[in-house]
Design a protein around this ligand. Structure first.
Ligand code: BGC
Length: 577
């Protein structure tokens, strides 16, 4: 099996340019600049990757802990309601609100974080949101008997989680050298699943050793502070992103940061090239109208309505795969199957989710998005059909211990399901949303699709207890049906992005390439594109306007006749061989 080396492909692209005939040429030197190869990884970028990924960990850890709390004796005793005989229980409304309010908080956090970060900076934003998150934890941990306090605490913590879920990838994308950006985003995804897994491990250990005591849920909850503190204090030692500093006019600082993180001298070609990109994009931004106008024009821009709707639907279907049914309510679900320690089951499911995400990160580049997602949908459909059928028809739901084989079968198919999710729809939907929008509208498009993820996340968290109360494990059929619809949707609407530059993907959407033909489609050189497509490309990618119209006075090499200065400007639109 062949694994593509991101550094090689990046270097290949950065050393090529298209000449007048549309032939790709290799450019060896950029005169006046240091052209030495970029180090693969520097300590600075490694440390940044680890530290900033803590944001992903917080996201996952908070998602993962609640499932266990709902099954803990002390948590139930303090925050549940009472039956006439004095036994404690959670009503559907209460369970749904406690679980779901975090998602409502994250929805808001994700929507407001970006404009605030534009005003005050990425670094200070990360610190502030870590603080907000910690306040949310204090509200929860200090609650003795008020479930409303727990719910509101989850809402406040959610604001922090949602904001960090947007800021962390933004910080990484704006600071990391291009060839490790993909890997860093993957590290972020891994940290989410690692957080979910560790929450289950701590829940298990705490319930085992502290059952019936407040400490059973407080230990897991309290450990969130440690991570928030590491991120909040640790970021002090890191500079703000080059893009943000450049925007404030601190160009020297931006250059220093890049040279430090990239591990090259300040006059390195890649530093110069990235700074140029930043300058051009900022110039284009300053020509934009009011922010209201930008939002309005986004929906009018070529193929943008389609792509916004697609991103939001993909995130909706990611939630409707049913994964969070297990992550949020797993302990309760497995209690219902008569498993004696549902905490162990939860730990196994979350462990699988974490472990196989590594494999998911590999297959996304190896088999492509479309094939993997369609296969994932079919797989998850089968798993849910079996899970639901066994749960409804074969399991003795009143006394599950009478049907131990059915319980086991359900756990096995839940594990199979998680395997399918974590290798396909879990990580890949984030990848697709990251490459779906043109540069001008990328941040807004991603904010909308992320908001859709959290909205549906809330809907499921809130309504699941009601639905399972009414239709028991037949709920699985609903997810099975959604998985089939989602798989068909991928076939008809999603363009294959494997091995393509962001600009190529954009061009394919603009040219209306049929998604099912997209993986084999050859991108024509810009010169051969029709006038309308070129205009559409310019409207949604301000920096490419300059590329298309690369000045004729650009440095021309006598030997090969290609544009040296324009090389990197043109190459993004050049066909890749
Ligand atoms: C989803 C979350 C889910 C997590 C599980 C993410 O991609 O958006 O809702 O809890 O995967 O690993």
């Amino acid at each position: 099996m062949k694994v593509s080396n991101p550094l090689t492909s990046w270097k290949a692209r950065h050393n090529t340019a298209t000449d007048h005939n549309g032939t790709t040429q290799h450019i060896e030197k950029h005169e006046g600049y240091d052209d030495s190869p970029l180090p693969r990884l520097t300590w600075a970028s490694f440390n940044m990757g680890i530290l900033v990924s803590m944001g992903g960990f917080i996201f996952g850890y908070d998602t993962g802990q609640i499932s266990g709390f709902l099954g803990m004796v002390d948590f139930l005793d303090r925050f549940g309601q009472r039956h006439a005989d004095g036994t404690a229980y959670f009503s559907n409304v209460r369970a749904g609100l406690i679980v779901g309010l975090l998602s409502i908080g994250t929805l808001f956090g994700a929507l407001i974080a970006a404009p605030i970060a534009d005003k005050i900076g990425r670094k200070i934003s990360i610190q502030i949101w870590c603080f907000v998150f910690s306040i949310g934890m204090v509200i929860q941990i200090s609650s003795t008997h008020s479930w409303v306090q727990i719910m509101m605490g989850r809402w406040v913590a959610g604001l922090g989680v949602g904001a960090l879920s947007l800021l962390v990838p933004m910080y990484q994308a704006e600071t990391a050298p291009p060839h490790i950006r993909g890997a860093l985003i993957s590290a972020y995804q891994l940290m989410i699943t690692f957080g979910i897994f560790l929450a289950a491990v701590f829940n298990y250990a705490a319930e085992r050793h502290q059952a019936g005591k407040k400490a059973s849920w407080m230990i897991t909850m309290g450990l969130s502070f440690v991570v928030a503190a590491i991120l909040g204090f640790g970021i002090i030692f890191f500079p703000d992103t080059p893009r943000y500093n450049y925007r404030l006019g601190k160009t020297e600082k931006a250059k220093q940061t890049m040279s430090h993180v990239y591990g090259v001298p300040e006059n390195h070609w890649s530093v110069h090239h990235e700074l140029e990109e930043i300058r051009i994009k900022l110039e284009a931004e300053s020509e934009k109208g009011s922010s209201f106008h930008e939002w309005y024009s986004m929906f009018k821009a070529p193929k943008m309505f389609y792509r916004i709707a697609l991103g939001m639907l993909l995130q909706m279907f990611q939630q409707l795969t049913g994964a969070n049914y297990f992550f949020y309510y797993g302990v309760t679900v497995f209690k219902g199957t008569g498993i004696n320690n549902s905490f162990v089951t939860q730990m196994i499911l979350n462990g699988i989710n974490f472990g196989v995400t590594f494999y998911g990160l590999y297959i996304v580049e190896h088999y492509g998005r479309r094939k993997s997602l369609m296969a994932g949908s079919a797989w998850m459909f089968i798993c849910f059909m079996i899970f639901a059928s066994v749960g409804h028809f074969s399991l003795d739901r009143a006394t599950p211990t009478n049907t131990p084989k059915s319980s086991k079968a359900m756990i096995i198919f839940a594990c199979f399901f998680i395997f399918g999710f974590a290798t396909t729809w879990g990580p890949m939907i984030w990848t697709i949303c990251g490459e779906l929008y043109p540069s001008r509208y990328r941040a807004k498009g991603m904010a909308l699709s992320t908001a859709s993820n959290w909205f549906w996340n809330f809907m499921l968290a809130f309504f699941t207890p009601f639905i399972t109360g009414d239709i028991d494990f037949r709920y699985g059929y609903v997810f099975a049906a959604c998985n089939i619809v989602a798989g068909i949707g991928i076939y008809f609407f999603v363009i294959e992005g494997q091995g393509r530059t962001l600009e190529e993907i954009d061009t394919m959407y603009l040219m209306g390439v049929k998604p099912w033909q997209s993986s084999k489609w050859e991108v024509p050189p810009l010169e051969l594109m029709d006038e309308k497509t070129r205009r559409d490309i310019e409207a949604t990618n301000p920096e490419r306007k300059v590329k298309v119209a690369a000045p004729p006075d650009a440095h021309v090499s006598p030997s090969n006749g290609s544009h040296h200065d324009a090389s990197d400007k043109e190459l993004e639109s050049a066909p890749l061989h």
